[in-house]
Design a protein around this ligand. Structure first.
Ligand SMILES: [Zn+2]
Length: 536
């Protein structure tokens, strides 16, 4: 068989011995080895690429990125720290958007993190009222677990001082009992029920743009961990039109952002789009102090332990139903209290009669349940996750991008167990790395790699450096890790013959550059299914 594409003269990171050449035939890898042997596979039609010392890796798999939210942020008001470093800048950005928006139409934005704002406080309804008095408007905090709505939006949602906190949610109030506009966790559904979804053409166009951005980062696969029927429709339309630039694994939300209980999905697996996982949220985030902890947060109102979304028995019942239907379960669980509840539910489900296996695209696909984030597990939790075969999906880049707020709000005694990659690998856990963008502004996997290896916040403070792992250890967790988490490791994620030719070429070998320079490496070529889809 002839190669259609052949790379030689650079390190090929198989993770298993040295190679300096890789041959592709159509959509899959034909051979990996030494150039002397592989160059014979080239014919007159073969595209031959001289790596010139550049490194060839499996395409990255961001195992947890809210691609549709990244996409919508391309169209919404961007108030991430780089764009809006103060509340005044947020007000200005909303005022500018309001000036070009018909009165009464909704305005949505995302990205603030109060610890990085000049005023060191969260915006309130009154700030947004100043910016957009004639529009219902709201802004989502960077974590996605807190929103701030203006008075028009609160009125549209019927939120008054009389409105009780919904289960699993909190409506912040001032000393007179008046809502401040800050809505936490499931209280956000009150706004989402009345805010209209984006038109399908806008959503689909933004999704394509966001997916193309991933190719520039060397990312060939992502998991979008939470879509409702409307977003699923957008993905399906793109897949049918063969317009999806990357491979996407979807998780169907069991409870939608507007508070409905969705039907269990029908699983499917196509070349670029797959769905066989149901997603639950079980708590909030650490940077916003809503993840459920066994110890109180610091620098928060006294007795703040975070928010647990479910009663343990009710949650176990939910998990069992999904498990029994033959679907994979993935649960957002960050705090130690939450992780305990989720492991209990997974263990109970797997000790009952197993449901029918997922029908994967490939026969070796399996159905290991996942825990997303796994931010503050105890040693016992880690041992249990390894024993149960649960796939854990942490975000080392949080150490970099959210480190400042972790240092401010976490109980000091818990910092050593924060995103403990070293302990996870030592215990034999299956780990897939990811970014959780747009929770972080930059989902460059090289930034995540650097954070996994140096455990340093963006402002230069080391955070439990004993939990660092080497670049060599972390690299496969950004490719094969995601494939394992999806149940598709027999199909992609490794540089072995027969696997999909999803590749990326970096300007240098990431194992050979100083850790602090990792994020400066350039992605020069991205290959998906044997075709060059991006070249710098
Ligand atoms: Zn997430």
């Amino acid at each position: 068989m002839r190669a259609t594409l052949l790379f030689y003269n650079g390190p090929v990171l198989t993770g298993n011995g040295d190679a300096n050449a890789l041959a592709v035939a159509n959509s899959t890898i034909l051979a990996v080895g030494q150039a002397d042997d592989l160059l014979d596979l080239a014919g007159p039609q073969t595209k031959v690429v001289d790596l010139g010392g550049r490194a060839l890796l499996p395409g990255f798999n961001d195992a947890h990125i809210h691609l549709w939210k990244v996409a919508m942020l391309l169209r919404q008001v961007d108030v991430r720290p780089a764009a809006a470093p103060s509340i005044e800048a947020i007000v200005q950005a909303y005022a500018t958007r309001a000036a070009g928006t018909p009165p009464g139409a909704w305005i949505e934005g995302r990205g603030f993190q109060e610890s990085l704002l000049a005023e060191r406080r969260s915006p309130t309804r009154y700030d947004l009222d100043r910016a957009a008095p004639d529009h219902p408007a709201f802004v989502t905090r960077t974590c996605g677990h807190i929103i701030v709505a203006n008075s028009r939006a609160l009125a549209a949602a019927g939120i008054t001082r009389e409105t009780p906190d919904p289960p699993g949610g909190e409506i912040d109030r001032d000393e007179h009992g008046e809502p401040t506009g800050i809505l936490r966790e499931r209280a956000m559904t009150l706004i989402r029920q009345v805010a209209p979804p984006p038109p399908q053409p806008l959503l689909q166009g933004a999704l394509v743009e966001a997916a193309e951005q991933q190719l520039r980062l060397g990312i060939t696969s992502v998991c979008d961990p939470g879509v409702d029927e409307y977003v699923l429709d957008a993905y399906l339309a793109l897949e049918r039109a063969r317009a999806l630039p990357i491979r996407v694994d979807l998780m169907a939300l069991r409870f939608t952002p507007d508070g409905r209980r969705a039907e269990l999905p029908t699983p499917f697996a196509r070349d670029r789009l797959k769905l066989d996982t149901v997603k639950f949220f079980a708590d909030g985030g650490l940077s916003g102090a809503t993840a459920a902890l066994s110890l109180p947060y610091r620098n928060q109102p006294a007795g703040s332990y975070g928010i647990l979304y479910h009663e343990p028995e009710a949650f176990a019942e939910e998990v069992w139903r999904v498990h029994e239907a033959g679907l994979r379960v993935a649960t957002h669980a960050i705090g130690d209290r939450t992780i305990e509840m989720v492991l209990d539910a997974y263990e109970a489900a797997s000790s009952t009669e197993p449901g029918p296996p997922v029908k994967p695209l490939s026969p070796a696909g399996d159905r290991r349940h996942r825990i997303e984030h796994f931010g503050l597990p105890t040693t016992a939790h880690i041992v249990r996750a390894a024993r149960l075969g649960v796939v854990v999906v942490p975000q080392p880049v949080f150490i970099h991008s959210l480190g400042r707020s972790f240092l401010t709000s976490l109980p000091e005694t818990m910092l050593p167990q924060l995103y403990p990659l070293r302990a996870l690998l030592d215990a034999g856990c299956t780990v897939a790395l990811s970014s959780d963008a747009p929770v972080v502004p930059d989902n460059n996997p090289l930034l995540g790699l650097r954070a996994a290896a140096d455990r340093t916040s963006a402002d230069g403070v080391p955070i439990s450096p004993q939990q660092a792992v080497s670049v060599t250890e972390a690299l496969p967790l950004f490719s094969r890790g995601g494939a394992l988490a999806e149940g598709q490791a027999d199909r992609k994620g490794s540089l072995t013959p027969g696997q999909l030719a999803d590749l990326c070429i970096l300007s240098a070998d990431p194992r050979a550059v100083p850790i602090e320079q990792l994020a400066e490496l350039r992605v020069e070529i991205t290959v998906l299914g044997g075709r060059i889809v991006y070249a710098a």
